[in-house]
Design a protein around this ligand. Sequence first.
Ligand code: NAI
Length: 657
Amino acid sequence: MHPAEPVFQADEGLNAKYRHFRVATDRDGLAWVTMDRQGASTNTFSREVMEELASLVDDLVARKPRGMILRSGKDSGFIAGADVEEFKAAASVADALAIVRRGWDTFNKLAAVPFPTVALVRGFAMGGGLEVTLACRYRIAVDEPATRFALPEVMLGILPGWGGVMRLPRLVGPSAALDLMLTGKSVDARKAKRIGLVDAAVPPRVMENAARMMALEAPPQKKLPLKERMMAGPLKAVVANMARKQVAKRARPEHYPAPYAIIELWQKYDGDPFAPPAGSPASMATLAAHPTTRNLIRVFALQERLKALGKESGFAAKHVHVIGAGVMGGDIATVCAMRGLTVTLQDQSAEKLAPAMKRAHELVRKRIKDKYRARDALDRLIPDVAGEGVRRADVVIEAIFENLEVKQDLFAAVEARAKPGAILATNTSSLKLADIAARMKDPARLVGIHFFNPVPQMMLVEVVKGEATRPELARDAAAFVRQIDKLPLAVKDAPGFLVNRVLGPYLANAFRMVDEGIAPETLDRAAEQFGMPMGPIALADTVGLDICAAAGKALAGADAKPPACLVRLLEAGKLGKKSGEGFYRYEKGKPVKGQAGPVTEDLVRRLIAPYLAEAQKAVAEGIVADADLADAGLIFGTGFAPFRGGPMHYLAEGGKA
Ligand code: NAI
């Protein structure tokens, strides 16, 4: 045994008393508390777990250890936060407030213990999982990619009410704290160290020793720099107002009250969720009763459901071969390489591959800050003009241009060379799987894996099961989609699948409204008022007007008359953002917009109605298995206003089509 390794003595008394925690004391008199929620693969704070922790803290105080170290007994990570199921099940505002009260009281009790406390964090520490570390005196993070810290409460429409709003700004200063709390984004161990969220980021082999030394030495706590103290003191109101302005760019208070509540709670009540009076924008009761909160929790559950789809198969790819290094193929290949897969990328010539490799460099450098990890990702991406990778690949993804004959020939050739168990997938947007597989010996081997543009940003991937596709193959494809950290949605092989089918009539209708003389700016403003992240016209410009026209033709039939505005722009070579001009002119990638006209309720209704109607039709035709999955797909695939809980939910709640 390593000389520094602690020798543990289990505390039988406490271990018999608690189900979710184990306690052992080392020879220095430090109590090692391991949280290990029974009956779950991930640690979360259910009511029972929280009550145990509160009682355990009392027991520890009575035992007077020299210090305490809190760690996780799960391989999956540290602690994922509150048990969202319990929050979802909270029948009344009072129930929701009781959950907040339990965590707030327990963590305050933990923060007040007279001995040094250290949180040893390996893997994710989310929400309440991060807040419990804030209630410890010190934090040690294990420097591995899986270690991430975040306060994602804002994404569920709530706020970090277990002491996060109070303790995080004190620890890292208001700017870093507000940034984390208002965006919900996560930071890794090194960033956590840089901003002062943790005291040390250490490799796994020394983690226990580092925690032990921290508890024994109990160094004095660092003071915030003067600038941060000013921001938390005399400049607090200025900082709060600046934060409000930042938030206002992304979220309206009537749609998303939580970020505004967080700012108010920090500014006026020092993060105490029970201090604001009823009616204050910072009131937890107001927040808990707001429909957005319920809907965002619903969106979270939908996301979990999509993730679960990827767990139905144990398929795990090592090598992916991508054919076609254009807009889609190049980015698909890069995303796979960034997720640790070996990727061979094929196109017709080295010249055709070069731009994709250049884009891959840019994307990897932007996304992976650690230069060694970035280099490793790029090393995994191999240009392969001859297509040799097909023989070794576990997944072959075809993303060549939309030409049926060429795709048919390609798959006949790929089938002959690929491994027998490999997933053979097409990224087609508009062709039928049965047609593409026409020249294959075994059409059951073909599945659709349909990505969205821009691939690195878009979470959703449609997994298309053709009539002939082997069902296990679709499940394997979903597991692969999870492997690259996207959300799989099973869809039927019908024109437009789910997302493009619903977007088609929505955009076509918006174009017709432009033909009627309504300004694009007005339409985009109307959609934003409804809660879309981007209006239909800006969306069309971003996708590319040539692609919109082609998709429109594929969905509406070649004989349908295309909208005049679209024809005019295409004739003038204005393809949208990529050509510098479409409906809008682009300067440095940003649209130059004119004044929007007045937006009436009727205008919003007319604009959104085709979207809602098409979503209903798609569900009725069984494109996805149920209405919830349509909501999930349309939220993650088109950005449909998350605070409304999805188009089908919106209709069910009385929203008008
Ligand atoms: P693209 O035109 O940008 O790229 C196609 C690439 O395939 C070109 O580099 C071309 O040289 C290469 N290619 C053509 N035939 C080939 C062959 N026989 N062997 C190897 N490489 C070959 O096209 P894009 O936009 O990337 O689309 C590709 C596929 O993805 C299409 O099926 C399209 O329907 C689908 N798709 C496109 C989306 C988009 O927004 N662009 C979104 C989702 C799917």
